[in-house]
Design a protein around this ligand. Structure first.
Ligand SMILES: Nc1nc2c(ncn2[C@@H]2O[C@H](COP(=O)(O)OP(=O)(O)OP(=O)(O)O)[C@@H](O)[C@H]2O)c(=O)[nH]1
Ligand SMILES: [Mg+2]
Length: 452
């Protein structure tokens, strides 16, 4: 995906790491290379210059204690690119019962295909999904969506005899209200005509979708900005799905254009198959683009400065004694980021002397990933009150996340253990604490655990 842009940017990073001095000359050179790479990827010229100006200014001005100039420079390039593509990213949360997602866009942008992909995406996360076809101009659209629905066992609604998309919606409105999520496909056109706008707006005004996603094909590059603005002016776009990203060099242009208009890219389509969709997450995307594996070590070092803050907030939670699964997940991630759990322990009065093996709460990457899938399949309430999750819900969560019930149970068990530990922190005497630490050590097979 976007191989060429990735290669050019990797070249830039390599140049930084191989240079002896970071001086103005080097900065100028690499800013030029970044500009070239982005322009080739069809990013808008004005945006390219704004970005390179920011990188240059920061590189010349800022200094970060504890980081070499090279490390800092790599960090700036990474952070500015992430920011350029939309910052932290915006996930779609199915926030309420009978959530509605509407897909709009020009002809052949990939609306119908993404409707199927999104149905699959959310079905896997445990939601009861239905699809609705409102395209009255292309009768084949109903058949196409029906096929997609059938392949994943999701019901598809539509009526070819009704020649008005709003009427189709109204006809099935009652029935659709029983689903967790309804995904509404709409008709496309080969230009953004008045007629299209009027029809989409009518449907939009009535349905009031929770998410109104503009589907854009990546190969249109920076003209995505124009489309996003046009649609936005008529029916509020809450996000963009950029499709066919795997097949074009212009994806960078499409994505950055959307980010610049303030409409976050929420998903990217990366193939014709129903599984070929990904939540768009700028940090992950940029990491892949840059081949972060190689320079990750450098970045980790930069992040340590931030992890002090994470540690601070975890400490607060621990001392307060409230601790749910979301906290556990954040904690596991922070611990992974920081390495030693002792960083946290050291900050808690009275426990600075605790000789706790560094790997006590560390979990392997793989397991953490699995747990993340499981947690993604849980509702907010279940995450906040994990004790309320009974067997039936475990089954649903397992189904939604592709994990086994055993794995779900294991996660909940880990949560209970951690919660005990937290309780001991917040209220327990040091004697209780000592016993507990020993017990935890035994449970996790860590030898030689003792409090000094
Ligand atoms: N390579 C690739 N092809 C895609 C992707 N998404 C959709 N397509 C293809 O793009 C073509 C058009 O997709 P549709 O989903 O029919 O597009 P549409 O917007 O519904 O089209 P209309 O309803 O006619 O406006 C199909 O051949 C899809 O297989 C993608 O992410 N990658
Ligand atoms: Mg279609």
């Amino acid at each position: 995906m976007l191989d060429k842009l990735g290669d050019s940017l990797k070249g830039v990073l390599k140049k930084i790491s191989q240079s002896i001095f970071v001086d103005e000359k080097l900065i100028n050179e690499l800013v030029k290379e970044i500009q070239r790479a982005l322009l080739q990827s069809d990013v808008d010229v004005k945006l390219v210059f704004e970005l390179s100006k920011r990188i240059k200014e920061r590189a010349l001005r800022e200094e970060v204690p504890g980081l070499t100039k090279k490390e800092h420079l790599i960090n700036i390039v990474y952070a500015e690119l992430v920011n350029f593509l939309g910052g932290e990213g915006a996930k779609i949360e199915i926030r309420k019962k009978n959530f509605k997602i509407m897909l709009v866009g020009l002809y052949a942008s990939g609306k119908t295909t993404q409707a199927g992909k999104l149905a699959r995406f959310f079905q896997k996360r445990g939601f009861n999904v239905a699809l609705l076809q409102t395209d009255i101009y292309r009768p084949a659209g109903f058949e196409q969506l029906s096929q997609l629905g059938k392949s994943i066992n999701v019901p598809v609604y539509g009526d070819l005899s009704v020649k008005d998309s709003l009427k189709i919606y109204k006809k099935f409105e009652q029935e659709l209200s029983k689903y967790d999520l309804v995904i509404i496909d709409t008709a496309g056109r080969d230009a953004l005509s008045e007629e299209l706008i009027k029809e989409v707006r009518e449907l939009y005004d009535y349905v009031k979708p929770d998410e109104n996603l503009l589907v854009i094909s990546a190969d249109i590059g920076q003209t995505a900005m124009f489309q996003a603005e046009q649609f936005h002016a008529n029916c509020k776009i809450t996000g963009v799905v950029v499709t066919k990203l795997e097949g074009t060099a212009k994806g960078g242009g499409a994505i950055s254009a959307c980010a610049a208009t303030g409409t976050p890219v929420k998903f990217v389509g990366v193939g014709e198959k129903i599984e070929d969709i990904e939540e768009f997450n700028p940090p992950g995307f940029v990491s892949r683009l840059l081949g972060m594996g190689d320079i990750n070590a450098l970045l980790e070092k930069a992040k340590e400065a931030i992890s002090q803050e994470d540690a601070e907030s975890i400490k607060k939670k621990m001392l307060k004694g409230d601790f749910n699964l979301i906290d556990l997940y954040e904690q596991m991630q922070a611990v992974r980021k920081m390495g030693p759990l002792s960083n946290i322990f050291n900050m808690i009065p009275g426990f600075s002397q605790a000789a706790i093996p560094k790997d006590m709460l560390s979990v392997q990457e793989e397991k953490l990933q699995k747990w993340k899938y499981i947690m993604d399949s849980m509702s907010r309430k279940e995450l906040e009150e994990p004790d309320s999750v009974g067997f039936e819900r475990m089954e649903r969560i397992a189904r939604g996340s592709g994990a086994s019930i055993k794995e779900v149970r294991e996660l909940l068990k880990q949560y209970k253990q951690s919660k005990k530990l937290v309780k001991a922190f917040s209220g327990g005497s040091s004697r209780n604490m000592e016993q507990l630490v020993r017990k935890m050590g035994k449970m996790q097979g860590v030898k030689g655990m003792k409090l000094k």
